[in-house]
Design a protein around this ligand. Structure first.
Ligand code: KG4
Length: 336
């Protein structure tokens, strides 16, 4: 089954063709990062307009690179939630048009379910159930993946997402947008114990997280250092910050792993590329005996191959959309 998959929930326009869920025939991504860098963050209206410009050509490119024609497609899958609403709408409308014109089924895919599915592309042997740490620019959640299409959020951030926190702090340091990867690189060789930064706990909800305190404490530390005319030890700061984020995430996904007892832990989303988090997860799983699944770096950030993969399993579960499919800025992952 060849699925044309479309993703446009934030600042990447993406189209892919995926065969039978796990074989990626093509994976095309047009990033808008350069455009948004001028503003230090994603400007929603610009993102929507850039999606409109890119999406048709990108879908054609994905079909051509797969070595197929439109007649070889069996379904169209699309991210319909969550994301910047104007951006998601572009993908949804395009996918609806394509499905109608080609008389194909239309499969709605939750973006975070797609991130989780990136693990299936990297690990052909991975099957649910497992627990997954989902960490991106918009989401930070611990998910019980009971089956390919049945999921429960066990814990989530009460405020900022981890990626958003990386991005805001990097912006104040002036090291680029999006800030996660530059912060990661900057931390090389830095002393991760030099700066004391908070790790939040939500009383009574041990798997919930909070990153706004870490963000505020980091921004205050940067400004106070500047005001005193002192120099911030950048590698040490980036290492201390990365450690604080990792120590907020890793113990909680490991607690979820203990609670569920599946013996399998996965991680998903853009922040899953972070080297400190990957290393800490490796060490934690080595100690606990859980098997760890890390997505390949090319599938950590937004892409359409992961949407085609998850779309295959949604299709098998009979989750199809009608011509009235709408887009949603927010939506619980358990609802599909
Ligand atoms: O999954 P993604 O591409 O988009 C969303 O669905 O949100 O995630 C983007 C986020 C950004 O916040 C970016 O700074 C962060 O992932 N990110 C990282 C790293 N690479 C990307 N954060 C920490 N360390 C990294 N190496």
């Amino acid at each position: 089954m060849n699925i044309l998959a479309i993703e446009s929930s934030c600042d990447e326009t993406a189209a892919a063709v995926v065969k039978d869920g796990r074989t990626v025939l093509s994976n095309c991504v047009a990033s808008q990062i350069e455009m948004h860098t001028i503003y230090g963050g994603v400007v929603p209206e610009i993102a929507s307009r850039k999606h409109v410009e890119a999406i048709t050509g990108l879908a054609d490119q994905a079909i051509a690179q797969a070595g197929l024609s439109q007649d070889d497609l069996d379904a169209v899958a699309v991210t319909y939630a969550p994301g910047l609403i104007g951006a998601v709408l572009v993908g949804v409308n395009f996918a609806k048009g394509a499905a109608m014109a080609l008389d194909l089924p239309l499969i709605p895919v939750h973006h975070v379910r797609g991130h989780i599915a990136a693990n299936y592309l990297t690990h052909p042997d991975l099957e649910p159930p497992f627990v997954c740490l989902c960490v991106s620019g918009g989401t930070t959640a611990i998910v019980d993946v009971r089956s390919y299409t049945e999921m429960e959020v066990l814990g989530s951030t009460r405020d900022d997402a981890a990626g958003e926190c990386f991005d805001k702090v990097a912006r104040v340091l002036g090291i680029g947008y999006p800030g996660g990867a530059p912060m990661d690189r900057l931390s090389d060789g830095g002393d991760d114990g030099k700066y004391e930064l908070p790790r939040a706990h939500v009383a009574g909800h041990e798997l919930d997280m909070s990153f706004s305190g870490l963000k505020t404490a980091s921004l205050n530390l940067i400004h106070n250092t500047q005001q005193k005319g002192e120099e911030l030890d950048l590698p040490a700061f980036a290492a201390s910050f990365g450690r604080a984020v990792s120590e907020s995430l890793v113990p909680r996904i490991m607690a979820a792993a203990r609670m569920r007892g599946y013996g399998k832990v996965a991680v998903a989303g853009g922040v899953a590329a972070n080297r400190r988090i990957r290393a800490d997860l490796q060490e934690a799983c080595r100690r606990s005996g859980d098997k760890l699944f890390l997505p390949e770096l090319k599938y950590c950030g937004d892409n359409a191959a992961m949407i085609g993969c998850q779309g295959f399993y949604e299709y098998q579960a009979g989750h199809l959309a009608g011509r009235d499919l709408n887009a949603y800025a927010t939506r619980d992952i358990s609802l599909g």
